[in-house]
Design a protein around this ligand. Structure first.
Ligand SMILES: *Cc1c(COP(=O)(O)O)cnc(C)c1O
Length: 391
């Protein structure tokens, strides 16, 4: 869900102007410069701009509170990164898996899930998602693991909907295969598991945006310390020596300043998104036989607004685009159709490597415009068009 033009600091009108759409699919909702200023002043007074500075430290503490980690049954640790992609790659590296070992990934996700595994020196294998929540299930992973031994699994919080953590805790307990939740788009929606590794994104296009940023949340202090070291070239301990080949994937103080301001206004951001979702659910209510949502979708504050169109999405997309309304096909095509990823192995429970749910979703899903700056009139207009093109 990347590549929206511009940052949230550019005015909404400007983005629409350069994109030439009357209604834009995604408009980032980031704090105004004035709201960030107090935190930037704090940074400037410190004259400390990166390398795990005080504002990043404060932001990590604030995120632990935001995620209510103090209420968990056992300690949890947080670490910021330059992006979720970097956080996923480093989390995989910090598991110290054998080179080229297989990591199970759903074929319906943002490509970064698989790219992180490739860049960590591992081999992603692609599985189908189930047809109700459009996510990889632990049942499927368990059956695949019986035939194709896996070194790790990366379930994805598809479209920002939370992953059911219970099934993955049990999978990890039973198989000993570590689970990393790619909950990139689900910060604020994903329930935290005391047993699992979570990675969140704070890219501008995510509901909780700071511009660029990733957050690792995990129960193992030594693992998080190793991940932190890997984000700082692999320096660890006294003496300033590299203990393991790392990279530079630290979050800088400027982004942490935006993050602090974003926490301050989160209720407001969430409120706008809730209201937009509410108007959509009301506007599309009459289409219940023609369209379908992801399971549980109506109970959460969505990150994006994917809708399954029984008759196929193309007519809806063409009509909306013709009316100046931008749509996006989030997570499509499936990973196996990206030219750089066509060589990846597809695995299925039947053993035939056919992924029927992804094949079906490929032509049926459309991402309707969804952000906090849509008016009720915008949404009504979109719903009316969707109704005309589906009924
Ligand atoms: C956005 C996203 C990412 C990448 O996050 P960045 O912070 O932009 O690197 C990874 N996985 C999923 C599922 C995403 O939605």
């Amino acid at each position: 869900m990347l590549n929206e033009a511009g940052s949230g600091l550019i005015s909404v009108r400007y983005i629409i102007l350069i994109q030439n759409y009357e209604i834009h699919c995604l408009v980032p909702d980031l704090p105004a410069p004035q709201a960030v200023l107090p935190y930037l002043e704090e940074m400037q007074a410190n004259r400390w701009y990166s390398n795990f500075g005080p504002v990043v430290g404060r932001f990590e503490g604030a995120m632990a509170k935001f995620l209510k980690l103090d209420d968990m049954v056992s300690p949890m640790f947080v670490q910021t990164f330059s992006s979720a992609t970097a956080g996923l790659e480093i989390a995989l590296r910090a598991l110290n898996l054998p080179a080229h070992a297989k990591v199970l990934v759903p074929a319906l996700t943002f490509p970064a899930t698989a790219l992180a595994a490739v860049n960590a020196g591992l081999t992603p294998v692609l599985a189908d998602v189930n047809d109700c929540d459009w996510m990889l299930s632990a049942d499927v992973a368990r059956q695949i693991h019986a035939n194709t031994p896996l070194a790790a699994v990366m379930p994805v919080a598809a479209f920002g909907s939370p992953i059911d953590i219970g099934q993955w805790e049990k999978f990890q307990d039973d198989t000993g295969v570590p689970v990393i939740l790619d909950a990139a788009a689900a910060l604020g929606q994903q329930e935290i598991s005391p047993k699992l590794i979570h990675v969140f994104s704070m890219h501008a296009t995510k509901p909780f945006g700071v511009g660029e940023g990733g957050l690792l949340v995990a129960p193992d202090e030594a693992f998080v310390a190793q991940a932190k070291s890997l984000s700082n070239f692999g320096f660890l301990g006294a003496g300033g020596v590299v203990r393991q080949v790392g990279t530079n994937a630290k979050m800088g103080e400027y982004y942490a300043a935006v993050g602090m301001a974003q926490i301050d206004r989160w209720t407001e951001v969430l409120g706008r998104r809730k209201e937009a979702a509410h108007h959509y659910f009301a506007g599309l209510q009459g289409l219940k036989n023609a369209i379908k949502y992801q399971k549980g979708f109506e109970e959460l504050v969505p990150a994006v607004f994917p809708v399954y169109i029984q008759a196929g999405a193309q007519k809806v997309i063409d009509r909306l685009e013709a009316e100046g309304i931008q749509t996006r096909r989030w997570y499509l095509p499936p990973l196996y159709e990206h030219p750089a990823l066509t060589h990846l192995e597809k695995v299925s429970v039947q053993g035939d490597g056919i992924l029927p749910v992804c094949e079906d979703l490929k032509t049926k899903l459309v991402g309707l415009p969804f952000h906090g700056f849509l008016s009720e009139a915008d949404i009504n207009k979109i719903c009316k068009i969707v109704a005309e093109e589906t009924l």
